[in-house]
Design a protein. Structure first.
Ligand code: BES
Ligand code: MN
Ligand code: ZN
Length: 496
């Protein structure tokens, strides 16, 4: 989809379709009122007959009466004015794009960004249209043998802003939003790609391709490198797999040389069977999404590279499979992590923390200003928070605030969870420095507490995205989250 900015009266656009909103009680928005004037009060008449869309997201397509420049008018219901907030705006955007895709219109002008959305700024209103439209447009059908014949005519969307003086600012916002949308799409594609294709080597190749295209620096550590570094925890997870593990280091050097980098660590388990602690069969296919942390980190790197963000960012992706075999790690095995701390592996299905802990230790060498890890870490987080917000933990209050605010700005929200020492005792082991599981209570918290033991040397935040990275059921697929949150976080650090 192509996006552009316009600033004109709603009746003056030469376009396939002009889109304006109406509140319930026949309250026309100002863009709808201008059309009404130019159409001899046609919309008011519709309202009197009770034919204007009332419900949120309901649409009505009209042919132009000839007195305006557009070929069609799409009216969209905004519901009750006092209830019109972020969630409603996002629903309206999606309803409009879906309705437009059903028409023959190749392009359209949307007056939605002029709406007041709970005092959100123009930048937010534009970004949400771009991301919403990209979501409606997204298909993952490269593995179907026949191409779908249902491709929409819609190719470009113009967003109208109220004031001409806002146009250049709006165009800059649009470029940023388009970069985020591309990052989200990349993360979704990686997540949706089947696990026989999306292997650790595949992720490494994707990182190399990204590096080439955007002139990033990339280095891929192999198993023998991990052995030399003493990454016994990471190596214990890959032992059952025929696929070689990788540790991907991808750098965007957008800042000054002396500036400390932000490090993003993404869990890259390309398939999680549970290992010897085998998972039950139902829905096990969804464990192809267990590399979503890695996917979101790569998507974010794509977005920040495209934006040429003036900040040093390092992506660190430990990636391997978690498979059962006669060479796989057994429950009861004790391994030594790169930090020197020993771990008794009581459940081989708690593998995410094992690959992340060595990556966190590796991150120390970059002297980071902040480290954020992103992981589909625990089923317990899905029970705690569902599919709405990411679980957020941090060992530093300012970082916690920054991440939370970035999630709010992107509408890709994270919610603080307790990272308290009182939970640490659940990880104690009779035989090693710690166990890799903390029992049933507070499973997401004890996983974070485990990671915290390897993140003492820097400001660190952890996002548990087990409930937010993908959808199950009929709409099964990657969400591309939290590319929006991460990109906004880095945009904030680039300004500071
Ligand atoms: N990848 C899973 C977590 C997960 C579960 C993600 C459901 C998405 C949906 C992780 O590796 C895992 O298996 N965690 C275990 C930890 C337990 C053994 C302490 C879990 O949550 O059951
Ligand atoms: Mn697991
Ligand atoms: Zn896992």
């Amino acid at each position: 989809m192509e996006f552009s900015i316009k600033s004109a009266a709603s009746d003056k656009h030469k376009t396939d379709c002009v889109v304006v909103g109406v509140f319930d009680n026949n309250r026309l928005t100002s863009a709808a009122a201008s059309l009404d004037q130019a159409c001899k009060k046609h919309l008011s008449e519709l309202g009197r007959q009770g034919d204007l869309p009332k419900k949120l997201g309901a649409t009505l397509l009209l042919q132009s009466p000839g007195t305006i420049s557009a070929r069609r008018i799409l009216l969209v219901g905004l519901g009750a004015e006092q209830e019109f907030k972020e969630k409603q705006y996002r629903e309206v955007v999606r309803a409009v794009v879906r309705a437009l895709m059903q028409t023959g219109a190749a392009e359209a002008v949307l007056h939605l960004p002029e709406l007041d959305v709970n005092n959100r700024d123009l930048r937010w209103r534009l970004e949400q249209v771009v991301l919403g439209a990209a979501e409606c447009e997204y298909r993952f059908d490269g593995f179907k043998s026949k191409a779908s014949n249902k491709t929409a005519a819609l190719k470009s969307i113009a967003l109208n802003v109220a004031y001409k003086a806002e146009v250049s600012k709006a165009e800059a916002a649009l470029r940023g939003a388009a970069a985020i949308a591309e990052g989200v799409k990349f993360a979704k594609d990686l997540g949706n790609t089947p696990p026989n294709i999306c292997t650790p080597s595949y992720l490494a190749q994707q990182a190399k391709d990204l590096a080439k295209r955007y002139r990033l620096k990339v280095e891929v550590l192999e198993q023998r490198d991990m052995e030399k570094l003493g990454m016994g925890a990471l190596l214990s997870v890959t032992r059952g797999s025929a696929q070689p593990p990788k540790l991907i280091v991808l750098r965007h050097d957008g800042g000054k040389k002396k500036d400390k980098p932000c490090v993003l660590v993404g869990k890259g388990i390309t398939f999680d069977t549970g290992g010897i602690s085998l998972k039950p069969a139902p829905d096990m296919d969804e464990m192809k999404f267990d590399m979503s942390g890695a996917g979101s980190v790569l998507g974010t790197m794509k977005a920040v590279a495209q934006m040429k963000l003036p900040l040093n960012v390092i992506a660190l992706i430990p990636t391997c499979e978690n498979m059962p075999s006669s060479t796989a790690t057994r429950p009861g095995d004790i391994v030594t992590s790169m930090s020197g701390q020993t771990v008794e592996i009581l459940n081989t299905d708690a593998e995410g923390r094992l690959i992340l802990c060595d990556a966190l230790t590796y991150a120390e060498r970059f002297e980071p200003q902040a480290v954020i890890d992103i992981a589909t870490l625990t089923g317990a987080c899905v029970i705690a928070l569902g599919h709405v917000v990411h679980g957020l933990y941090a060992n530093n209050d300012r970082l916690l605030d920054d991440v939370r605010q970035a999630g709010d700005a992107a509408y890709d929200r994270a919610w603080p969870m307790p990272l308290l020492d009182d939970y640490q005792e659940q990880l104690s082991s009779n035989f090693a420095d710690m166990a890799n599981i903390g029992g049933r209570p507070a499973g997401s918290v004890t996983a974070a507490c485990y990671l915290a033991r390897f993140a003492k040397k820097f400001h660190w935040a952890h996002l548990d995205i087990a409930g937010t990275a993908y959808r199950s059921g009929k709409d099964k697929g990657s969400t591309g989250r939290p590319v929006g949150l991460l990109t906004h976080f880095l945009m904030g650090r680039a300004k500071a």
